[in-house]
Design a protein around this ligand. Sequence first.
Ligand code: TMP
Ligand code: MG
Length: 275
Amino acid sequence: ENPQLTPFEIFFKEIEKFSKLHMKDRDRVQEILQSMQKAGSKTLQVISDFDMTLTRFEYNGKRCPTCHNILERSDAISSDCKKKLQELLDKYYPIEIDSTLSVEEKLPLMVEWWTKAHELLVNQKIKKAGLAKAVKDSEAKLRDGYQYFFDHLNEHSIPLLIFSAGIGDILEEVIRQTEVFHPNVKVISNYMDFDESGVLKAFKGELIHIYNKKEGALLNTGHFQELRTRTNVLLLGDSLGDLNMADGVQDMENILKIGFLNDKVSKKHARSYAH
Ligand code: TMP
Ligand code: MG
């Protein structure tokens, strides 16, 4: 071993060994990490997307489900509704990942997708009591290393904000069942609204879709106070819309964006993340 290397340099060399890791500007990444390390864990927060970022994209060659998929595939949904949701996915998912379309072109179509899907779900009279089973029976899988990631952040009291256009109730159930829903975890997502008898009647609040994950939703939460003092951000996402998730953070000192490049990702998409 080279005695001149500092612990940070040794750590950075380890990171660089991952063959699937791409850095747009290696020196800049090094600078950011060093600066964050110096500032310490009290200034750090992690903001992460959920579906296909904290959860796996595929396992044994098979696609893993999103929050919506978990519900869709459960017995809480009729086969007719399953068919309609699948048709929506077949129509809109290719648009979501189409790198030739601009955000402006995609935005209204994504709102259309989410609105139609939520309408279909509300018509299904889904019972709150059945959600845990839907998740238990599903093939949802958190990414390798999730246990260390969640536990370590909690041990150091580093806030983890999960910002998801999925379904909050399902997402929470996934992390509860994997026993990583620690007190440092806050979730901003689409939450279900149930009537007195525990039947889904609507979704709460403003719809969160993949292109409005920014300050609007953030500012309205108590979590925001904490965010203000956490000026170093580790951002994890998979879609281009996830890049805006930290827009509500003021006086940002450093942000390191990590993108999980899952499906038909363009060079441009990859470049937007790798810094
Ligand atoms: P995320 O913000 O946690 O990644 O969640 C958004 C994902 O949900 C996005 O990749 C598309 C997916 N989705 C479905 O799988 N089915 C649906 O019906 C809808 C509206 C979204
Ligand atoms: Mg995602």
